[in-house]
Design a protein around this ligand. Structure first.
Ligand SMILES: Cc1ncc(COP(=O)(O)O)c(C=O)c1O
Length: 397
């Protein structure tokens, strides 16, 4: 084989594992938007859920001090700094009424995305199954695929309040299942849960010996008086599961990569063991800033939620005017809406982009169960959201 042929194959044929996952969905969306903008079109993106407001000042100040201290410039411990672990467990106690042992039941993560992915590698072998909500955050399916396992989809339907029908999971899937991924308040549907659902999840996990991974990325971003519970507050939850807690959305810290996994000590130990082989921990200065976030005032979170609630109402009203009726979500930074009749998710998103120069995410990006829906993210400044909805009203009514 000639050298050029060899290098071509080496470069263009990734592993079979990587071949099994589609390109990360937002990468394609970003490319489309960049193309349009290069053509001079003023595109407003309501696609990705990345808060537009800055990280709260007390967190930035803590980071500034921490980053200037040479003691924080070396490799961090993968176990995490004591002050960060204690800040997390203090937050869980105060906010959710959940006791978590800071020594054995919590490990920092470089974002919830990393954590979910690494949990797949810690618990899944080829032939195993991970039960994953559909529609859902794409890493619940991409992670298992990369680990050589299989994701079995749990449909989230509007008629069941976007909760999976736990009684409908097939016996074969349950027999092979090692993990179940859940996430409430839910991306992309905005659905929230009461405690009764989590009790049923604990019962299922006990009966079928499945580790529950509850992704708690949006617990602090809620509206209309709804207060989201932690999965770990459910009786028996710590015997069967872990919760991934991210500071990304509630503290406007997506770029900082700051999260943690809390819960069952054996599962936490396995995750830690995997991590020590894969990465070198979370930057100490980020942990110090994360601790400042967790012990800091709640006011900025409430202010942010008031902003999102206002934007949510604007979007819901505008959608009603173009004939799309949705219940205002009680949590998350998304409005999940059915596409108008005669459209698929993709054709509607395309129409909105072409006619109104507004990006919405086609629901099918979140799995086959998202077909027939689209998602609007509320993380765009007020004036741009107002402009986007007025364009949608004008062009799509
Ligand atoms: C459900 C869910 N989990 C996790 C994440 C990512 O969180 P992080 O920034 O901590 O990786 C997101 C981001 O959109 C999400 O929607």
């Amino acid at each position: 084989m000639a050298t050029s042929e060899l290098s071509k194959r080496a470069l263009t044929e990734p592993s079979r594992r990587l071949g099994a996952v589609p390109a990360y969905m937002f990468a394609e969306l970003e490319r489309r938007v960049a193309d349009k903008r290069a053509e001079g079109v003023d595109v407003i993106s309501l696609g990705i859920g990345d808060p537009d407001r800055p990280t709260y000042p007390h967190i930035v100040e803590a980071m500034q001090t921490a980053v200037a201290d040479p003691a924080n410039h070396g490799y961090p411990s993968n176990r995490g700094r004591e002050e960060f672990r204690h800040a997390l467990t203090g937050f869980y106690e105060e906010r959710f009424g959940v006791g978590v042992d800071p020594e054995s039941e919590v490990i920092p993560a470089i974002g919830a995305k990393e954590c979910v992915y690494n949990l797949c590698f810690a618990f899944l072998d080829p032939g195993d199954v991970a039960l994953a909500a559909d529609p859902g955050y794409p890493v619940y399916t991409g992670g298992p695929a990369l680990a050589g396992a299989e994701a079995v989809l749990l449909a989230l339907r509007p008629e069941l309040g976007f909760l999976p029908d736990l009684d409908a999971i097939g016996a074969e899937a349950l027999a092979r299942a090692r993990l179940i991924f859940l996430n409430y308040p839910n991306n992309p549907t905005g659905a929230v849960v009461g405690e009764e659902f989590f009790e049923r999840v604990v019962a299922l996990a006990r009966e079928h010996d499945v580790l529950v991974v509850h992704d708690n990325a949006y617990s602090e971003t809620t509206y209309d008086g709804y207060v989201a519970p932690s999965f770990l507050a459910t009786p028996g939850a710590k015997e069967v599961g872990v919760e991934v807690f991210s500071l990304s959305k509630s503290f406007n810290m997506t770029g900082w990569r700051c999260a943690a996994v809390l819960g069952n000590a054996d599962a936490i130990a396995a995750y830690w063991r995997l991590k020590t082989n894969v990465d070198s921990g979370l930057f100490d200065a980020v942990q110090i800033a994360g601790a400042a976030a967790l012990v800091g005032p709640r006011g900025p979170i409430e202010e942010m939620n008031a902003i999102y609630a206002r934007r949510r109402d604007l979007v819901v009203e505008a959608l009603a005017e173009i004939g799309v009726v949705v219940e205002p979500p009680k949590g998350t930074i998304y409005v999940w809406a059915p596409v108008p009749e005669g459209h698929t998710s993709a054709s509607f998103a395309e129409l909105v982009l072409e006619e109104a120069a507004v990006v919405v995410s086609p629901g099918s990006m979140y799995g086959p169960g998202g077909e027939g829906f689209f998602r609007i993210s509320l993380t765009t400044p007020d004036d741009r959201i107002a402009e986007a909805v007025s364009r949608m009203r004008e062009h799509l009514s």
